[in-house]
Ligand binder design. Structure first.
Ligand code: ACO
Length: 422
């Protein structure tokens, strides 16, 4: 069978044949057929908006790879910083490259004092830390005017380092502010995840437990990238206007904030708390199915029509964390929900499986994070994914400013009527 597709415009009889490559054919075929013809594709369900060599995702078979490496192997053997290097550079670092990369990131963990004293301290006492992070990311860009030089590689690399290194500092600062605790400065003798945990929790002689440090790193690895999700698409759309990377990351973080995206882990814990006990699970599931209740949060995915491979690893990590912290009492409700849903035709027929958010909130809670911080914990490692896509976008000759078209369904032209005559 030829790897081509032929489209015929029945109005004119004109035919265009184009190649299918990797399951994709160019929309330019439609343009060639009739430049005034557009494809109606809400939510880009059937649209590949770019070429990308960063992350491979096979939703039917539950496969996720960063630059070709299976997520399971990276989660077991690597570190977040190693993965960050991989995502940005395409290859794993050798020992010397890794040492330099760690030093470079570590050198940028501090933030300008004005960010803390004047910007962050200006928030309302009960500001949501994700709202604070979104706006802090945008504000951070104003401290680095060289951020506008997006086609200058050394400048671009520096902004990437700054964003990866400073996001955990901003995140911990937002938390400490929200609970009225003094800010902990970064301790650059610590690893990336330990530094973050230390900034979050250090009071008195607090020391990071190495098992929790590793769990944090695994969660960072699992959340580092996920190809063209809503946040990354926001990064690419804003980046396509050649905005600086801080503004683009703020847009991506805003997308992540929504409950259908990164906000879902927060929604899962709220849902589990509302369910309250295992006896209430069947009634809750009935309400989900009848549409009377909310969706089963942490279930379903636009691309995965199988068990999300990240959810499997997170479930395992949850048990490892609970060995240190004690079991999260919501775990039993989560397990009962999962078992009920996986055996219920409503969920089976729609291929709804646990996604990355279903168990991550339980770990975060066991680690002591309030639910308001969950999406922030997602944003910290996803920053590198956003930046890897931003960098790829800037080097892609096919890309222009993102500007989709619309299907106009409004009224036809009509004459203005003065208010007195209406
Ligand atoms: N609970 C109950 N039913 C669901 C769920 C769910 N979690 N997810 C989808 N469905 C149903 C829909 O009602 C729909 O049923 P219908 O065909 O009878 O109308 C069908 O499954 C298809 O759902 P869509 O909304 O068309 O699927 P879409 O791909 O647009 O949505 C999404 C994906 C947003 C993730 C959805 O599954 C959802 O809302 N899940 C809950 C929120 C969540 O966990 N989000 C995190 C996603 S992972 C991430 O962003 C990091």
């Amino acid at each position: 069978m030829p790897d081509t597709i032929t489209i015929t415009d029945d109005r004119t009889g004109k035919t265009v044949t184009v190649p299918i490559e990797g399951g994709v054919f160019p929309a330019a075929a439609v343009r060639e057929l009739d430049p005034s013809l557009f494809i109606y594709d809400p939510a880009y369900m059937q649209t590949a908006a770019c070429r990308s060599a960063i992350t491979y995702l096979d939703g039917d078979n539950g496969i996720l790879r960063y630059r070709g490496y299976p997520i399971e192997q990276l989660a077991e053997h690597s570190t977040y910083l190693e993965v960050a290097y991989l995502l940005l550079n395409g290859e794993l670092p050798d020992a010397a490259q890794l040492t330099k990369w760690k030093q470079d990131v570590t050198a940028h963990t501090f933030i300008h004092e004005n960010m803390r004293k004047r910007f962050v301290d200006g928030f309302h006492y009960d500001a949501h830390p994700m709202g604070m992070l979104v706006s802090s990311l945008a504000a951070l860009g104003t401290f680095y005017n060289d951020a506008k030089d997006i086609f200058d590689k050394p400048s671009r690399d520096k902004q990437i380092l700054r964003l990866i290194a400073k996001t955990p500092t901003l995140a911990a600062m937002a938390y400490r502010f929200s609970v009225g605790l003094p800010f902990n400065y970064p301790d650059n003798a610590l690893s990336f995840p330990a530094n973050f945990l230390n900034m979050m929790w250090k009071i008195g002689d607090y020391e990071v437990d190495p098992r929790l440090e590793r769990a944090m790193d695994v969660l960072f690895i699992l959340h580092a990238d996920h190809e063209q999700n809503c946040g990354t698409t926001a990064m690419r759309v804003v980046g396509s206007s050649h905005a600086d990377p801080y503004s683009s990351c703020a847009a991506a973080a805003s997308a992540l904030y929504g409950p259908l995206h990164g906000g879902a882990n927060e929604a899962v814990v709220r849902m589990l708390s509302e369910i309250g006990s295992m006896e209430n699970v069947p009634a809750f599931i009935d309400d989900v199915k009848s549409g009377k209740g909310s969706r089963l949060m942490g279930f379903g995915h636009r691309v995965y029509k199988n068990y999300d491979p990240r959810a499997k690893i997170i479930k395992q990590t949850a048990y490892e964390v609970f060995e240190v912290t004690g079991k999260n009492p919501l775990l039993d409700i989560a397990l009962a929900l999962e078992e009920t849903a996986l055996n219920d035709p409503y969920f089976v027929d729609r291929k709804l499986y646990p996604n990355v958010d279903f168990y991550s909130g339980l770990i975060y809670q066991a680690l002591g994070f309030p639910v308001d911080m969950f999406t922030v914990l997602f944003a910290i490692p996803r920053t590198v994914g956003w930046l890897a896509h931003w960098q790829e976008l800037l080097g892609d000759k096919d890309q222009k400013i993102s500007r989709p078209r619309q299907w106009y369904t409004g009224v036809d032209a009509r004459d203005y009527v003065p208010v007195a005559a209406r």
